[in-house]
Design a binder for this molecule. Structure first.
Ligand SMILES: C=CC1=C(C)c2cc3[nH]c(cc4nc(cc5[nH]c(cc1n2)c(C)c5CCC(=O)O)C(CCC(=O)O)=C4C)c(C)c3C=C
Ligand SMILES: [Fe+2]
Length: 400
């Protein structure tokens, strides 16, 4: 009986939100739009998709330029991508060939973020503009990288709070690449749906941990210097990258069969935080600063020497920090029965040598979590500032 009553009231509630024409107002999830022109910061205006809240659905896609594609063809492609993205993020079809999987939907917080890989510059005769910060990432001892799913000349990050909107953007942008660029690899990820938890909280990853707590915060004094290239560029970045950022992308598989065998206490010691609420093992709540010097009553160190938060912390890495904005992924099960699942780790920083690289070097040597991870693919992309209203993304590079 309860079910019948619940069903009837749900139908009544649904009717109540419809107007006379039978249309239903979009929820705030569908109606929310993110400005393609980005939001101005101290160092410039970064592209959307870096500072915005995680979306539920994410696609990462890398392209290689076709053999005969030159600088002019690359510029035309960036112009087409920018034009299409501008329509899509406003909830409009990109062009007459838009298949239409996003018809009826609002913008759903769609973002499209565009970047350049190291190999792009030589192919279009722009080696003088190659940032030093795009130097290849070093090899790490725990890497088992699949080259075919790593790197790429061009990279797009697509995020949206609706799966059909996200797919439509992916398809449109792949289609309009035309003969200029071919897909090198593509990965799909997800995050928690807004409203799925009783109160908003930091998302969890597929190991069950609250992940993202100790990210640099936009209101902190050193945030812009850590994440964005300063006005005019710097020693590792030319001026065309001013206001931009570097994305390190790592496909990191989690060895969940092994992980799930650990007790809750063992899992918490590996990270250094409680699983239930993300509070540090040194005490307090999720947002309490981690106390790396704290000892417990029995005289043991509260956060172990190889705990992930200790090894990754800026205090352990001469201040090195990055903004992490990942997606979880699951691509079915492998032949050995293990889930092909983990984290599409995306880290944003002003210079990978002051962000990802020193931290990953340290994690590679001494992180208790690394026993449960496999880094399977890797990429590094220069992501310039947002396009001005009458320009396309990357115009200062391609026409500078
Ligand atoms: C090289 C950088 C990092 C990689 C690779 C990485 C992988 C990775 N991390 C988790 C889970 C958590 N990480 C947490 C914190 C954290 N991680 C990094 C860096 C890398 N992580 C940093 C810099 C920090 C912050 C450290 C600090 O200052 O306290 C946490 C704790 C919660 C939080 O602060 O986000 C978790 C949980 C996984 C599962 C993973 C690979 C799959
Ligand atoms: Fe981490």
């Amino acid at each position: 009986a309860g079910l019948v009553a619940g069903g009837a009231s749900a139908v009544a509630a649904d009717r109540a939100t419809r107007d006379d024409a039978g249309t239903t107002a979009l929820t705030s999830i569908g109606a929310s739009a993110v400005d393609f022109g980005g939001q101005a910061r101290a160092h410039g205006t970064p592209q959307a998709g870096i500072l915005d809240p995680h979306q539920v659905h994410g696609h990462l896609i890398a392209f290689d330029l076709a053999p005969r594609a030159d600088r002019k063809a690359a510029a035309a492609l960036l112009r087409r991508w920018t034009q299409a993205a501008r329509a899509l993020v406003e909830g409009r079809p990109a062009d007459r060939e838009d298949t239409g999987s996003a018809l009826d939907a609002g913008p759903a917080s769609l973002t499209v973020t565009m970047g350049f890989g190291r190999t792009f510059f030589g192919k279009v005769g722009l080696t003088k503009q190659l940032p030093q910060a795009l130097a290849p990432l070093p090899d790490f001892s725990s890497d088992v990288l699949d080259k075919a799913r790593s790197d790429g000349d061009l990279w797009l990050q697509i995020g949206a709070n609706d799966g059909l909107v996200a797919f439509n953007a992916l398809r449109v942008l792949q289609r309009v690449a035309g003969d200029t660029a071919r897909v090198r690899w593509q990965m799909t990820g997800f995050n928690r749906t807004p409203g799925a938890t009783g109160k908003p909280r930091t998302t969890r990853n597929l190991m069950g941990q609250i992940d993202g707590t100790n990210n640099p915060k936009p209101e902190e004094d050193d945030f812009d210097a850590r994440v964005f290239v300063p006005k005019g560029g710097d020693a590792s970045s030319p001026a065309w990258m001013a206001g931009g950022s570097y994305a390190v992308v790592r496909r990191i598989r989690m060895l969940l069969d092994t992980w799930d065998h650990l007790s809750l206490e063992q899992q918490e010691r590996v990270i250094g935080r409680r699983k239930s609420d993300g509070a540090p093992l040194s005490g307090g709540t999720e947002t309490t600063p981690v106390d790396l010097e704290k000892f417990t009553k029995d005289g043991s160190i509260a956060i172990r020497g190889d705990a992930h938060v200790r090894v990754a912390a800026p205090e352990s890495n001469q201040g090195a920090a990055m903004l992490r904005r990942p997606y979880s992924y699951h691509d079915g099960f492998r032949e050995d029965g293990q889930p092909d699942a983990g984290l599409l780790f995306i880290a944003w920083q002003a210079d990978p040598m002051r962000g990802f690289v020193p931290v990953q070097r340290k994690l590679d040597r001494g992180d208790g979590l690394s026993r449960f991870l496999r880094h399977e693919a890797s990429g590094l992309f220069a992501v310039p500032a947002a396009a001005k209203p009458d320009e396309y993304v990357g115009q200062p590079l391609l026409e500078g």
